[in-house]
Structures are given as structure tokens and as C-alpha cells.
Design a protein around this ligand. Structure first.
Ligand SMILES: *Cc1c(COP(=O)(O)O)cnc(C)c1O
Length: 485
């Protein structure tokens, strides 16, 4: 596709200004004037609109295609939450506006949104307090583990490591490491949950916390959490819940009720906000009474007269983890989404997320291997090992799906499944869409049996087909040079 610079024609422009009826202003000093005119595109408004509209259509997006990217929850989010986020009373707020005690009322509404959202998240997760400051899921994890570290430090003892099952999200061990802990990996058993014997053997008086991704990255719910929590708490190791994919259990299970001490949610997965393209996110962290004193500043507090203020006077806080109000726009969308769905709507979210994943699993289990073929939660993990034996790998199946109009699932993750294809249909897809995806997967599987080379040729319908990925990374051409090939 041509660049905007390669479109249009000399002298063409998109705006028509009236001839000035006032004398020309004194011209810039000759020293500062360009010798050559700037090399700007000379295009009409229509050239510009068509160019960028076409570019936008080159993208896969949830608004255009099914996007079953496992662990990422690429679901449709109602446009209503975008409207709310665009209300000017919120949109035009400046983070440096003075607070009420300085006579300014303008921030009270925003503080109330944060306060109310935190209350709702407490109710949903069974936690005592929430901070909405962290700006991503991984940032929430780091915040949560810093709370854990502060807890042990306050008790004046040395804890050296965090236990993490091998089915956890990759950010879990990284967050623990950044917080200064060694991570020790616990193997998954044949049922896809943490091996309890290995867990018992690894736990000791130097264990700071146990981090469980819940459900885990196999899409399986760890059914013995209460027991694990009991064992961990006997050593005063804390229980961390990675609740990024809370859409699997929302309205059904509250992490606080089954023994977790701290949890983070990904608002940009579970509670609205489209997050393709790595846009802004929010990873609020909830905790029980043990950890509450350590929460980061600032805290939004409600006074008895109903007004709100930002509390910085918290002697045991871990300090600042984000500027100002966190990612306020994301918090606002989540709040609007919660009010829109209500208690019953949220329970339906998890019902449909789980139903859809199991529907896909059952419809595909005779043509693909499912190493953990049991009731899953919001996602199921298939393996292309049967196809790989014929020379068709997960990556080839992913590319073949692109030709058929579907975004591929997450491939090669989790690492404990060979040729993994992690499929997360999400709660927002209809049965017709799931059926068409299943049909495409079955057709590709049949083609892999009959004519493996035909699958390996994919993608055939994309603008760029088989880039040399190593060369593209090593010799990246990031600059357009007129006339260059
Ligand atoms: C997405 C995800 C994360 C990380 O969230 P980011 O916002 O990308 O940092 C952590 N854990 C799980 C289980 C996830 O799915």
C-alpha cells in the first residue's frame, strides 16, 4: 500500500481558506525561513479519509473479526462505556486541579467514581480495600507483591522466595523477581492443577507468597485453593491471586472468600476497555486487613459529610506506584460497565465465557489433542501435536486461520503444552461465530491430513505473506526514503 506521501498531486490541498482581506503580517526574519518547502503530502480531504480508512481496515480488530486470543480477553466492549469516558466533565479534568479543601469542586465527581469503583471491586472479590492506582495487570502484580514484602518486613523477618506454578501467567514470576524475590516453580499435575505434594515440599518459612493465576493459563480452575491457602497460612506465607481473567469467575467466586490475601484484576480484560494494540490499562489491587496499611498513596477517602479527599497521610504505605489518579479513563469505563451489567449481568458474563470455551473444546476435541481435556473455564488449550507429526505446526494453523478471516489463538503458550493453541472465545461471541470458527479449524485439520503443504503455504491472502522475521528484526527499515524500493 502506498504511503500518504505517495498520494495526491502537486498543489492539491484539503482546506480552502478565503483570500485574506487584511494586510499580510510582517514576514519571519529571512534567517528562519525555509529554503525548500516542507515535504508534506499534497492531498485532498478525500485522499486522506480514504487512505486512513483503508489502513484501519488492514487491521484485525474485535469490531471486525473474531479474536480468540487466549489469556488476552479480546472481547467486544459496549460503546456505551466509551460515551461515558467521553463526558466532558470527566474528559477535560486536569490531574493538577486543586482539591475541595482548596475550594475546588471539580474533582469531587472523579474521586467519587474511584471510591465507588473500589467499593464495588471489594464486593466482587471479597476484599477489604482496593487501590485503583496500578496502570496494568503486571503493574498490579508488582504492587501486590510489594504489599507482601512490606508485610513481612513489618514483622521483621526474612522471606526469600515466591512459589509460582508452571501454569501461571509469565508476568507472575517476573513481578516477584522485580520485587526482589526468587521464584520457585511448582509443577502442574496430570489434571492441570498445581501438584500439591510438590507444593508442600517447596513451602517453608522463607516463602513470602504463593502466586496463583486463577483460573490458570490452561483455563483450569484450581479446585483446592482453600486447602492450599490453609497450608500456606500456617507458615504465614500470603496467597496472591492473579485475577486478570476474572471474567471466568465473576459473580460466582470471590477470591477473598477462598483464602486469598491479595488480588489484582485487569479492568482492560474483564471490565470493558478495548485493549488491542497495547493501549492504556488498569490493574487495581485488592487486599485484606493484613495488607491494607501498606496500600500505595494516594487513597481516595470519603468524609462523614459525603465529600472526598486524597489521603497521603499513611505512615506504612509502600509509597507512590503511579502518578495522580491512575489511568482514570479506564477506571471510569469499568465503573460504567459494572453499573450497566449489575449483579445479574456480571454472573451471566462468567456463565457465557465458560460455556463458549467449553463449546469450542468439545467441538474440536476429535480433531485436535487437548492434553487437559476436562471442563475448562474461560479458555481451552488445544495442541497441534497430531498435525505437527505431519509437518503442520501451530504457527501454520494460526496463519491458515488468518486467511479464513479469524484472528489466531495465542500459540506456543502456555509453555507446558507442546504446539499449544490457547483459545479464548470470550463471553461476547454468538453461537454462529463460534460455529464458523470451529468449521474453519476442522477444515484446516482435514487439509493438514490431506495436503500439509497447502496449510504451510498460508497466509495467501494477506498483504505480506512470509516475512523473514529474523531479518525484519535485525535490519528494520523504519524510514521512508522517496524513490527507494
Ligand atoms: C494479561 C494478563 C496479565 C498481564 O496484564 P497486563 O495488563 O498485560 O500487564 C497477567 N496475568 C494474566 C493471567 C493475564 O491474562
Amino acid at each position: 500500500m502506498r504511503l500518504i506521501f505517495e498520494r495526491g498531486a502537486p498543489g492539491r490541498h484539503g482546506v480552502a481558506l478565503p483570500r485574506p482581506d487584511v494586510p499580510a503580517a510582517p514576514v519571519l526574519d529571512a534567517r528562519w525561513r525555509r529554503v525548500e518547502p516542507a515535504a508534506l503530502p499534497e492531498v485532498s480531504e478525500l485522499d486522506v479519509v480514504r487512505h486512513y480508512t483503508r489502513l484501519s481496515q488492514e487491521n484485525f480488530s474485535v469490531d471486525t473479526n473474531f479474536y480468540p486470543l487466549g489469556s488476552c480477553t479480546m472481547k467486544y466492549n459496549p460503546k456505551f462505556t466509551e460515551v461515558v469516558a467521553g463526558l466532558e466533565g470527566f474528559r477535560d479534568l486536569h490531574p493538577l486541579l486543586p482539591q475541595l479543601e482548596q475550594g475546588c469542586l471539580l474533582t469531587q465527581g472523579a474521586l467519587e467514581v474511584i471510591h465507588s469503583l473500589e467499593r464495588l471491586l471489594c464486593e466482587i472479590t471479597g476484599m477489604r480495600a482496593f487501590t485503583s492506582q496500578p496502570m496494568a495487570g503486571a503493574h498490579g502484580e508488582l504492587t501486590g507483591i510489594m504489599l507482601v514484602a512490606a508485610y513481612h518486613r513489618a514483622k521483621g523477618r526474612k522471606r526469600t522466595h515466591v512459589l509460582v506454578p508452571d501454569s501461571s501467567h509469565g508476568t507472575n514470576p517476573s513481578s516477584a523477581a522485580i520485587a526482589g524475590y526468587e521464584t520457585r516453580t511448582i509443577q502442574t499435575d496430570a489434571r492441570g492443577v498445581m501438584d500439591l505434594g510438590k507444593f508442600r515440599a517447596a513451602l517453608n518459612d522463607e516463602t513470602a507468597a504463593v502466586m496463583l493465576t486463577c483460573p490458570n493459563t490452561l483455563g483450569i480452575f484450581e479446585s483446592r485453593i482453600a486447602e492450599i491457602a490453609h497450608i500456606a497460612h500456617e507458615r504465614d506465607a500470603l496467597m496472591y491471586c492473579d485475577g486478570a481473567n476474572m471474567n471466568a469467575i465473576i459473580g460466582r467466586v470471590r477470591p477473598g472468600d477462598i483464602g486469598f490475601d491479595v488480588v489484582h484484576l485487569n479492568l482492560h480484560k474483564t471490565l470493558a476497555t478495548p485493549h488491542g494494540g497495547g493501549g492504556p490499562g488498569a490493574g487495581p489491587v485488592g487486599c485484606g486487613a493484613k495488607l491494607e496499611p501498606f496500600l500505595p498513596v494516594s487513597r481516595v477517602v470519603r468524609r462523614t459529610d459525603g465529600s472526598f479527599f486524597l489521603d497521603y497521610d499513611r505512615p506504612d504505605t509502600i509509597g507512590y506506584i503511579a502518578p495522580f489518579y491512575g489511568n482514570f479513563g479506564i477506571l471510569l469505563r469499568a465503573y460504567a460497565y459494572l453499573l450497566l451489567l449489575g449483579r445479574e449481568g456480571l454472573a451471566k458474563v462468567s456463565e457465557h465465557a465458560v460455556l463458549n470455551a467449553n463449546y469450542v473444546r468439545v467441538k474440536l476435541r476429535d480433531v485436535f489433542d487437548f492434553p487437559y481435556d476436562r471442563i475448562c473455564m474461560h479458555e481451552c488449550v488445544a495442541s497441534a501435536s497430531r498435525q505437527a507429526a505431519r509437518g503442520v505446526q501451530a504457527i501454520d494453523i494460526a496463519k491458515a486461520l488468518i486467511d479464513r478471516g479469524f484472528h489466531p489463538p495465542t500459540v506456543y503458550f502456555p509453555l507446558i503444552v507442546k504446539e499449544a493453541m490457547m483459545i479464548e472465545p470470550t463471553e461476547t461471541e454468538s453461537r454462529e461465530t463460534l460455529d464458523s470458527f470451529v468449521a474453519a479449524m476442522r477444515e484446516i485439520a482435514a487439509l493438514a491430513d490431506r495436503d500439509p503443504e497447502a496449510v504451510r503455504r498460508a497466509p495467501e491472502k494477506t498483504r505480506i505473506r512470509h516475512p523473514d522475521e529474523t531479518r525484519a528484526a535485525r535490519e528494520a527499515k523504519l524510514r521512508w526514503i522517496p524513490g527507494a524500493p
